[in-house]
Each structure stands twice: as structure tokens, then as C-alpha cells.
Write a protein of this length. Sequence first.
Length: 282
Amino acid sequence: MAIIDIHIHIQPLGMFKPQNLKLIQHGRKNYDQIVEFSEKPASFLKFLDEIGVERAGLINYVSPDIIGFTAEVNDWVANYCKADTKRLIAFGSVHPRFIEDAGREVDRLHDLGIRGLKLHPSHQVVAPNAYREGMEKLGAMYERAQAHGMPVMIHTGTSIFPGARNLFAQPMLADDVAVDYPDLTIILAHGGRPLWMNEAFFLVRRHKNVHIDVSSIPPQRLLEYFPRLEEIAHKALFGSDWPGPGVPDVAGNIRKFRELPLSAAAQQKILYDNAARLFPVR
């Protein structure tokens, strides 16, 4: 079975603030491998071949004050993915607190080849629905993403990185976005784990344009988090969140996911079909 991992963090490691990079390095014996992948797309593509992953979403976002990533991260990931644009799906970011014209920046990222946007509420200190309270730049970001057909991935669930503001990462805050931008594809990253899974499940069932990815959830516990996952298998995407804290490897996640008592049809949709539909090969 072909596999798409829609949530992998291949990033410019030099941009990390030191305390955040330590979280990535902690307990990881293969950190040198991560450095190599960050610097050499060919090595990363070979790695995907070895673990049986056809395509990967490379998640990058702007968070200069908390994580360390400046807006340059967008050009970095766009250039990185030029190594194989059919296999590498670039996610970039528009930070409404650090941009003059958010709509124009979305247009620019689209022209660069960025396929999706990442909003990280707890690392950007922006509620997904803050446009309703006057943050017009966030609304402009959604409007242009909707116009371009660019999915927006919204981090939902807790973060352990220093300075993270977890209050902003509750899935229900994305309910307004789904209502106000009905043609915008929304992906709730991590499904609200470990506190708000019921909210995420409700939103996926309520809104035709809302999906989840299951990244950063230990696959062997996935059905504890989402016992009715089979019901939303047509709107769930496989992701690993590797090499984030607590995610040892991608291949292990795939193996454990395949061992779940899900139907073959559900596994096909989650491991490949849904992501392939949302991010068709160009």
C-alpha cells in the first residue's frame, strides 16, 4: 500500500532557539540523520524510499518569538521541495502578527509552490478565529488560501515547547473558520490530542471542509483517542510528526497503524487516498 505522511518536520535546524532544539535532540541517537535530511533532500528522499513512503508533507511555520523560525522558513521549504515537487509537499506559513499584507504573502507563497499553510496557534499566539475580534490579517490569510485552494493545517492540542500558549490550540476555535470559509480545506493537526479529541471529532463530522491528521498520537493508542475513527476514515490523514518530541520513527508508526483493527478500506483512505485527494500530484 502506498503511503503519504502528511506531517513530517524537515526544517532549517539553525533557526531553532537553543532550548527548543534541545527538545528535538533529547534522547535521539539518530540526530545526525536528521541534520543530514535537513541539508540534503536527496538523502531524505532515499529515506522515504526505504520506509515505503511515497510522499511527505513538510511542515514549516513562522514563529520568531517562541520557536525561532522567521519568515525565511517559507523560502527555505519551497526551495527544499524543488528537489522533487511530486513527492515533497511544502507547507509554509503567514504569521498575522509579523506581516504587513497577509493576503499578498499568501499569493507569493502560492506562486513559490507552497501547497498548504500551517497555523500554529500555541506557537504563534493567535486564536484560529481571532479575525472575528479584529485581526483582519488572519481573515485575509484565510480568504486568499481559500481562493487558491490551499489547505490550512491548524495545530490543535497541547505543546511542550517553552513559551507555548496552549489555550489557543483548542479545536473548537476552528469552528468559526469552517463556518466563515466554507470552501477552505481545514486540517486539524493532531486531532486535539490529548485533551480535546471529542471537539475535533465533532468538527470533522459537522463540517464538510474539516479533516484531521493523526500525527503525534501513538498509533497503538489511536483508537483510544478516536474509538469511532472508522466513521471519519474518509476525512482522516496519516501523519507521524517525526522527528518531534516523543515520535521515535516513521516506520514504527506505520507498522503500528497497520496493526489496528480498522478495515482495509479505512486504512487505505487514511494512509493514502485522503491526502492524495487534497494534494494531487502536479
